[in-house]
Design a protein around this ligand. Sequence first.
Ligand code: TEU
Length: 521
Amino acid sequence: MSGILYQVYPRSFQDSNGDGVGDLRGVIERLPYLAELGVNALWLSPIFPSPMEDFGYDISDYTGIDPLFGTDDDFDALIAAAHKLDLKVILDLVPNHTSDRHPWFVESRSSKNNPRRDWYIWRDGGEGGPPNNWLSEFGGSSWEFDSQTRQYYYHAFLRSQPDLNWRNREVREAIHDVMRFWLRRGVDGFRVDVMWHLIKDELLRDNPPNPDYVPGQQPYQQLIPLYSTDRREVHDVIAELRLVVEEFDDRVLIGEIYLPPEKLVAYYGDNLGGAHLPFNFALISSPWNARAVAKLVDDYEAALPSGAWPNWVLGNHDRQRIASRVGNDQARVAAMLLLTLRGTPTLYYGDEIGMLQVEISPDQVRDPWEKNLPGLGVGRDGCRTPMQWDSTPQAGFSTGMPWLPVSRNFATENVAAERQDATSIFSLYRALIALRRARPELALGAFKLVSVTDSLLVFVREHQDQRSLVALNFGREPALFEASGLRGLILLSTFMDRMDEAVSGHLALRGSEGLVMERLG
Ligand code: TEU
């Protein structure tokens, strides 16, 4: 759990059969790359049978493999090959909703007295409209009228993603069995999709208006999702998921949760009986300056229940890529931050080579969210483009036509080229990972904030008698950190030079430079 997690978006990682979509055989081919990079586990976004309206987050069979990605045998081969390389495999569990083509929903919608009717959230309308004012994250009402049975069903996302009713015991048991199915197959744990959505208010009370809403923001933000998400009872549901995971040795439960720190940490559960790692997305939405980052680290560390293990994330398949958000130079500072903070770091595929958000022309849009709400900048295609492996056509991702365009910069920004370049961001990521693996204080040590200005963040990581000092310059101008008695050796610069330089009394940083030094004094 203290290792490094790497998110693979399977559609975009490696295509082995030329259909333009990545697949499991492709992932197998690239496992040695992940071992070379030095990560400990990979998380695969959904690979299950799906109409792919939300690219796999709309599941029609929880225990199969979508033919687009491969076969059951391919999956078993992937687990075996990964484990051989000492890589753990985490699957995406999507328990909040299914596809509307899942047999459970087909039955549920067939009649009001179908035994599976209560597996989903069905209600009569009120006053000629939906049962309440709840909104879908992807735009519009979250209620869909079904003319056959003349009731509405609830969907937090697309109308083709009806929410399961987690107040129903049979639903819980059914998903527990899905988990056991994959755990027996050898998976090392789950990343649970939208964990904070699982339980909704029993009375379906209206959500209050958001006083801070500004026109032009996503319509979902018009209301505060007080009654539709983050209900107290969700923690009982999660505790049960945890117990299922605990039936097996050494497995992990990770939760996708977008909430502020004080609410997020409740997902560790009473007596830490909830998620091992409620994903901490604080860095994804933070302004990029030293003070803001120092504050969020502080707030998060202060909010953590005792004994809870922290974690940090810089990017995922739903958010703008870090290198585009903060720029290429600061992306290196971000990498050093991610890999020197206390807690499990999660890397998003391609960030280790500095992949940028790719411009998607209107006719190439695939993301259903973007299609629902064009022009609001919610599009997620730009962070999901094919991994850039080399300078051959389609960046070595596919021999066919990729499902999303390859970045125009692939001829120079790719794994093969950056591997040859000792100063590339890829070389930096490798060095940071190696350093973290070699120095226990970076992985396990206590975090102590030393100094913060507008541009410079300095902290120490300490474990037993080993100490590392990390200094990060969030600004473009040079910066100086002075401390009497400061003594040590530079272990790593984000510029990939200055190795073994002696430090005494002060540390001078170039613009956008980050340094890790072994602190002797
Ligand atoms: O994401 C949830 C999601 O959409 C959040 O990123 C959302 O933007 C946030 O709640 C706003 O506060 C997960 C998956 O990662 C995403 O790919 C799926 O589309 C979605 O759930 C539905 O399964």
